[in-house]
Design a protein around this ligand. Structure first.
Ligand code: CTP
Length: 406
């Protein structure tokens, strides 16, 4: 998916403490710069054992700070100056030793000193722990993590899996792409904090026999982008996905289904426990009336092809909108012509407060789209943009409507 310049205008101070995961900080720096951030790297002496400042200088295009005695600063106060224009300090990797220091407010090198001296309200601190699983699980480390969280620090991960030492468990630093997604999410406004959002996405597949079926061109990209945007906005998100080839957005719970009836069961079973239902799925309107257990074979000398009898699938969105404890329902309308007319009719027919209309052929499989929001008060255009940008705008529109309803 094409991504917007998610960190344009942001200034990030990236701290590295000692650990083998320092090699991942190089990729992370590249991602930050590519997304429009300016990056100032600060390294501890131990970090310099794992990666050179030259590498990080080249990637960040700024000279790296390693010492509180750095003579480059006119006032000799690098530990103060570095965070005054920063939007966040991110420490990746954060070693067990560094976290112990920060938890105690110790300040015997530039990185810890700078963290202590940063303006608490304007410069948040995010840590990406990286260490052996025993070190992570040790009560001393867990005590320090709890203290850091209580002090307002955001702890990213750690991940789980193979470790450089050969052991397997918790303590791996998150991958650069995961750290990047967490940081981008961190900066999004939390307009759906505390809300539960249910989303259907992708096509459905209606089997004819064991090797054939009826489906459509929906890629699921819009629904997955909305799931990501809702999670970034602080919602707890459940995504019911038809057969698609897309990675699950971070912090989203995903349930895979195949047919419209499976999607119906999954969605209606979960709907009443949610505040919002966004139906982006391109549900097959019909399915074969019967399923052939064996592959339908061509018969020698057959005069006409076999005919396929179809039966209608249940309308998931309309069913959810009729529930006694219905969530706020948002439908999608993919049309080929007369977009507004069909969208207005569909809103009334399905009994939902908001319909998002788009031109089917212009969106299926594409990375960008244009949307028209249709509600009881009229229409609003969201002009052509990448799907994640549109998803964030849609999330803000839904949040505003929830606020107006509350
Ligand atoms: N939808 C659904 N269950 C169905 C069919 C549609 O939940 N069985 C939802 C879609 O997820 C979408 C909205 O209803 O949010 C509109 O779907 P669409 O297929 O465009 O509308 P239809 O009512 O099927 O009308 P038509 O196909 O005639 O345009």
């Amino acid at each position: 998916m094409s991504t917007p310049m998610d960190l344009a205008g942001k200034h990030i101070v990236l701290g590295l403490s000692g650990g083998i995961a320092c090699y991942k900080a190089a990729d992370f720096t590249r991602e930050l710069v590519k997304a429009g951030a300016t990056v100032q790297v600060v390294m501890t002496e131990a970090a310099e054992q794992f990666i050179t400042p030259v590498t990080l200088q080249a990637l960040s295009n700024r000279s790296v700070y390693t010492s509180q005695w750095d003579a480059r600063e006119p006032n000799a106060m690098a530990h103060i100056n570095l965070t005054r224009d920063a939007d966040a300090v991110v420490i990746a990797p954060a070693s067990a030793d560094l976290m112990a220091k920060l938890a105690q407010g110790r300040a015997d090198d530039l990185l810890s000193l700078m963290c202590l001296a940063r303006p608490l309200l304007s410069c948040p601190l995010l840590l990406a722990p990286a260490m052996n699983r025993e070190m992570w699980a040790h009560p001393a480390t867990q005590r320090n993590v709890a203290q850091l969280r209580a002090d307002g620090t955001l702890v990213l991960g750690p991940g789980n899996g193979d470790q450089a030492c050969g052991e397997i468990g918790d303590g791996r630093m998150l991958e650069p792409a995961e750290l990047f997604a967490e940081l981008v999410a961190f900066f999004q406004p939390k307009v759906l904090r505390g809300k539960r959002v249910l989303i259907s996405a992708g096509p459905t597949f209606e089997p004819i026999d064991p090797v054939r079926g009826i489906t459509n061109h929906s890629s699921g990209k819009m629904g997955f982008a909305i799931a990501r945007a809702a999670a970034e906005a602080g919602a707890s998100v459940m995504l019911i996905a038809g057969p698609v080839h897309l990675p699950t957005p971070r912090n989203v719970r995903r349930i895979d289904v195949t047919t419209a009836r499976q999607m119906f069961d999954a969605v209606t079973g979960a709907a009443s426990a949610h505040d919002v239902f966004i139906a982006t799925a391109a549900v097959a309107d019909w399915r074969p009336a019967s399923f052939n257990d064996h592959k339908i074979k061509k018969q020698p000398g057959e005069k006409s092809p076999p005919s396929l009898e179809l039966t209608e699938n249940p309308d998931i969105l309309a069913a959810v909108a009729r529930l006694p404890a219905a969530p706020y329902c948002v439908g999608f309308a993919a049309e080929s012509h007369d977009l507004l007319k069909h969208a207005r009719e569909k809103r009334v027919r399905k009994g939902v407060p908001l319909i998002v209309a788009n031109l089917g052929p212009a969106t299926f499989g594409q990375d960008d789209n244009a949307l028209t929001l249709v509600d009881a008060n009229g229409e609003r255009e969201l002009p052509r943009a990448d799907k994640l940008t549109l998803a964030r705008q849609l999330v803000a529109e839904i949040a505003a409507r929830l606020g107006a309803k509350a």
